[in-house]
Design a protein around this ligand. Structure first.
Ligand SMILES: Cc1ncc(COP(=O)(O)O)c(C=O)c1O
Length: 435
């Protein structure tokens, strides 16, 4: 069976050409049916019932985290925190980092110039409220990360380096292992002897006031926005060497309203969560309460998005069922090759992104001089073709490029070469008719 047949939206709308998967992915039957089955057979709240369906529900919730942990190379499922989406995940992490005093006034956060707003605004909030600094790392002409610029910016004030794995505008994959290596080279992990005390981590020393942890743990925290990598290729947080990573379920075949924050267990243990409430607390008295110390509960107050968690479980089961990430990458790579070839033959289109098929995914942001991107996207929409027009939640980057109106066509495994042919045919017509 073709991959497309497994996505009911294409039966509901025959002829639909969906090229907006960077915004959100379509859902396979396995996810849709899996969630329906859960809601009709074992839905109940978790953590609090000793009856069968509550236990089944809890089991699925944990299985969901297990499959996520397995697919991103996490140590165990307790390192997986569920949030509403990527945006909430980084807001939660950034505010919790501030609450734990890992950052202080004048400290710096480095992000790249291509970041989605989700990896900019949470840091700008800390800048506005507490006076931290946010700096932007440049990119090279081929849209790769400018490692020299990064290297020059890495000083003792830098406490966080937070980077997209893949840009949602250029489709470029950043070489994060190289970034990790540079961080290792620049920051000796223990410049002064470790204080006494097995198992004590940097932040607990700060909290207990025993020492300034910066004196002996100088390396900045390395955070990765995996929102556009996890949907497209196998991501391994251990291989990257990052401290935390987040992504959003709806771009990887799951439902909207479920996001993932992963961080190393020792970091999660140290962080003081910004939110709390039922499920995330120990004891509550009239004047005070205690936080839960159990992971992941400590970061998940209230009833979680249970069906969202099941949808994520089903989404990763689906990926495994088609032959895993290996197969997914192969399908997408063929589509990327095909699109790049077509682009070569369409001189009217100015691509904002690299042309190296080995270091990009199927996200193509472009503009046509003299034709407004909204006119192009409307023309395409009238022909049953879905793309995105605008600034793609990356306004600092669009400003940097001097292009405020662009179109973005993006691919996923349910697309075909026929979809791409049709897109280029209608786009040529649009250019001819609208210019
Ligand atoms: C790279 C990147 N980061 C973060 C996000 C935000 O995802 P969400 O809207 O699900 O929070 C997106 C969504 O487009 C994205 O592409």
């Amino acid at each position: 069976m073709s991959i497309k047949k497994g996505f009911p939206i294409f039966q509901t709308h025959p002829g639909l050409i969906y090229l907006d998967s960077t915004a959100t992915s379509q859902k396979p039957s396995h996810v849709i049916d899996g969630v329906a089955e859960y809601l009709s057979s074992s839905y109940a709240n978790i953590h609090r019932g000793s009856y069968d369906i509550s236990e089944q529900s809890e089991k699925l919730y944990v299985e969901s985290k297990e499959i996520v942990a397995k697919n991103i190379g996490a140590e165990n499922w307790r390192e997986i925190i569920y949030t509403a989406n990527s945006t909430y995940a980084l807001n939660l992490l950034a505010q919790s980092i501030w609450r734990t005093w890992i950052l202080k006034k004048w400290d710096k956060v480095l992000v790249s110039i291509v970041e989605h707003h989700a990896n900019v605004v949470p840091w700008l909030i800390l800048k506005e409220d507490y006076g931290i600094e946010v700096e932007y790392i440049e990119i090279n002409d081929d849209y790769t990360l400018d490692m020299d610029d990064l290297s020059q910016r890495l000083d003792d004030k830098v406490k966080i380096v937070s980077l997209a794995h893949v840009s949602n505008t250029t489709g470029q994959i950043f070489d994060l292992e190289k970034v990790n290596k540079l961080l290792d080279e620049k920051y000796s992990p223990h410049p002064t002897p470790l204080p006494e005390g097995e198992g004590k981590t940097a932040v607990s020393h700060l909290i207990s006031g025993e020492t300034d942890w910066r004196q002996w743990q100088k390396r900045p925290l390395f955070i990765v926005d995996g929102s556009q990598s996890v949907p497209h290729f196998a991501v391994d947080v251990k291989k990257i060497g990052c401290d935390a990573m987040f992504f959003t379920g709806h771009k990887v075949f799951a439902d909207s309203g479920i996001g993932v924050l992963w961080a190393k267990e020792e970091l999660l243990n140290e962080l003081k969560p910004i939110f709390s409430g039922w499920g995330a607390i120990g004891r509550v008295e009239q004047e005070s309460f205690t936080h839960s110390t159990t992971l992941p509960d400590k970061f998940e107050p209230g009833t979680p998005n249970l069906s969202g968690a099941v949808s994520l479980l089903k989404a990763f089961e689906y990926i495994e069922s088609i032959g895993g990430y290996e197969k997914l990458e192969k399908i997408e790579q063929e589509l990327v090759d095909y699109t790049l070839e077509k682009l070569e033959n369409t001189p009217d289109i100015q691509l904002i992104g690299g042309k190296d098929k080995n270091t990009r995914v199927g996200v193509f942001t472009f503009y046509v001089p003299a034709v407004h991107s909204f006119d192009i996207s409307d023309y395409l929409a009238d022909n049953n073709i879905c793309v995105r027009a605008g600034q793609h939640c990356a306004e600092p980057f669009m400003e940097h490029e001097g292009q405020h109106h662009t179109c973005r066509m993006s691919l996923h495994i349910y697309n075909t070469t026929e979809d791409i042919d049709k897109f280029f045919e209608v786009l040529s017509n649009a250019i001819n008719d609208l210019r």
